[in-house]
Write a protein that binds this ligand. Structure first.
Ligand code: DGT
Ligand code: CA
Ligand code: CA
Ligand code: ZN
Length: 575
């Protein structure tokens, strides 16, 4: 296990112990162990290798053993037993915002709450509001948290849905009965979240394919098993539909089940205006008697039959793509391979898992010409954010890496500087000026009014050292709502001050939302696709950001980090 994962386990142990009402000293030991691990100054591997982990303040003997066990990927029965000994209903309740272990324990002990269902009942009956430490306002918050959770649990992050879908797609394509297979639906349109997976396969022998699909290893429940359509739910809770169609219908079915509904409606009326009738079965002449074409190879041809340029799935949201395709004005969408580097990434100076060198090597291995490193600033103390002195040390280290000639990939020196509550920046100007660039982000005081939050951003954007805004709305998909901020005003301020707004590419953020980009870019806003990587592994998230940019109609011109390094250098120097 990596350090970050081990830290998560320690935190989880503390929470589980708290849920069980265990000894407060023991709970605190795990909490401080977690903190000590997060702020280690040396490599965890080195400390373990030299048997010095126990010397770290906050890590006692019991913890040392457990950390070593996890580090070596050995089983930890203590943790497994603990997890098994806590009622699952209580663990589930932790997902409700505002309910920590202590409160859940109290609800359990005093009102016998052991599931989300029984929690809802005692909230509605008024019993919770009478408990010390709760009150009407927190009851309201709990109830809305339960509601959100239900709505959220029906969807999945695109990244995770895609990881589930790809092996199934490969399996389908490997079946001898399958001529062609694709994933359709919101997954293919690269929506930020996905309700269910939709697979389409072309074959004249559907039954064998159906049998294969419903007996996939992770299937928990078969909700439909027909001759040409089946639906399953996997252990993860994700659902999937598979439709098998005769090969000559494949393109029409793929187009139809890719959607979106709005796009399909517009396409059908486009077909009618051309004297055709379009459905998932085919394209017929309007009297529905004859097929309009004998064979069709691909969607490109389908669009062409309707006098349209090919519309990539990402744009099929019924947001003007048909009009643009008709006029030959669809944008040439940015692609993964256009990226020449990325800017917002962390190292173990703050809360990342890897060193400057490891991150640079990984960026170089991806074929990138440059890598921007931007660790947290001091106000983000929970991430071990850097103060002025540590920023200057970090700059020295980055310069040394560049000077060493060890990498072809150039390191740009940056920081993710907190925007404080009043809109001022967390670090001295004299320090900020020494950096190549500054990402400014909000990590605290999320509950300001829209007016205050908007002013806070505008003030930060007007700071001469600000280069780009990080994760503008702070949303965590399926987990935390965006904070209130007037996006249009912030976009206008960014354009006026030549500040970039990042496309935070972390699959749980994808922030600023793609729905704003078509308009913002047309006004002149630049973005930077920033994976917010906290490890070498996280760099791959850049492609999730590219997906979101494509949904926002962006071309490479609007994406800062598709620019060649010389152009980047002169842009940064000119600010
Ligand atoms: P999701 O699963 O909620 O993330 O979103 P989708 O877009 O994957 O929706 P889904 O799985 O219900 O259906 C897949 C596609 O099939 C959808 O994008 C368009 C097409 N479709 C499904 N039902 C209808 C319908 O009632 N009317 C039309 N026009 N298209 C439909
Ligand atoms: Ca779907
Ligand atoms: Ca579906
Ligand atoms: Zn951040």
């Amino acid at each position: 296990m990596e350090k970050g994962e081990i830290s998560d386990v320690l935190g989880e142990i503390a929470i589980l112990l708290e849920l069980k009402g265990d000894n407060p000293f023991k709970i605190r030991a795990y909490q401080s162990g977690q903190r000590a691990l997060d702020t280690l100054e040396e490599e965890l591997g080195t400390l373990i290798g030299e048997s010095r982990l126990g010397e770290v303040k906050g890590i006692g003997k019991a913890l040392t053993e457990k950390i070593e066990t996890l580090f070596n990927d050995e089983p930890l029965p203590f943790y497994d037993d603990l997890l098994a000994s806590v009622e699952p209903g209580l663990i589930e309740m932790l997902e409700i915002p505002g309910l920590g272990a202590k409160k859940i324990r109290k609800l359990h002990d005093e009102l016998g709450v052991d599931t989300i269902g029984s929690l809802t009942r005692v909230c509605e009956s008024g019993e919770v509001a009478k408990l010390a430490g709760f009150g009407a306002k927190s009851v309201e918050k709990i109830l809305s948290g339960i509601q959100n959770r239900e709505a959220y649990s029906k969807r999945h992050l695109w990244w995770i849905a895609n990881e589930t879908a790809q092996p199934i797609l490969e399996g389908l394509r490997d079946l001898p009965q399958v001529a062609r297979a694709e994933a359709a639906g919101s997954l293919r349109r690269k929506m930020e979240t996905v309700g269910d997976l939709d697979f389409i396969a072309a074959s004249d022998e559907p039954e064998a394919i159906m049998d294969w699909f419903v007996s996939l290893p992770d299937v928990r429940e078969v909700s439909g098993h027909g001759k040409t359509k089946s639906s399953v739910r996997f252990e993860s809770g994700m659902q999937a539909d598979l439709r098998v169609v005769p090969p000559d219908q494949f393109v029409f079915a793929l187009h139809h089940f890719t959607g979106s509904k709005d796009h399909n409606v517009a396409m059908r009326s486009r077909a009618l205006s051309k004297g055709f009738s379009l459905s998932e079965w085919g394209l017929r002449t309007e009297d529905k008697e004859a097929m309009a074409v004998d064979t069709i190879e691909d969607e490109e041809q389908l669009f062409k039959l309707l006098d349209l340029n090919y519309i990539p799935p990402e744009l099929r949201e019924g947001l003007g793509e048909i009009e643009s395709a008709e006029a030959g004005q669809l944008p040439e969408l940015v692609q993964d391979k256009d990226l020449k580097g990325v800017f917002h990434n962390h190292t173990h100076a703050s809360d990342g898992d890897h060193s400057i060198e490891e991150m640079t090597q990984a960026a170089q291995d991806r074929g990138w010409d440059y890598l921007g490193l931007a660790d947290h600033s001091k106000a983000s103390f929970q991430t071990n954010g850097l103060d002025e002195a540590r920023v200057e040390e970090q700059i020295e280290k980055m310069h040394a890496v560049n000077a060493s000639g060890q990498f072809k990939c150039h390191v740009f020196t940056g920081i993710e500087c907190d925007i404080l509550k009043d809109g001022s920046l967390d670090l001295d100007d004299s320090t900020l000026e020494k950096l190549d660039y500054v990402v400014v982000s909000v990590h605290s005081s999320f509950t300001l009014s829209e007016e205050e939050m908007t002013q806070r951003f505008i003030k930060a954007i007007e700071h001469p050292c600000s280069t780009m805004v990080g994760h503008l709305t702070g949303r965590l998909l399926l987990k935390r709502e965006p904070y209130l901020v007037n996006i249009e005003k912030v976009v206008d301020a960014a354009i006026a001050n030549r500040v970039i707004i990042e496309m935070n590419a972390h699959p749980q953020r994808l922030d600023m939302d793609w729905r704003h980009w078509k308009r913002a870019a047309s006004k002149g806003l630049l973005t930077s696709v920033n994976p917010d990587a906290h490890s070498v592994f996280g760099l791959q998230y850049a492609s999730a950001g590219i997906n979101a940019c494509r949904k926002g109609w962006l071309t490479a011109d609007s994406v800062f980090n598709t620019w060649p390094i010389e152009k980047i250098k002169s842009y940064l120097a000119g600010r």
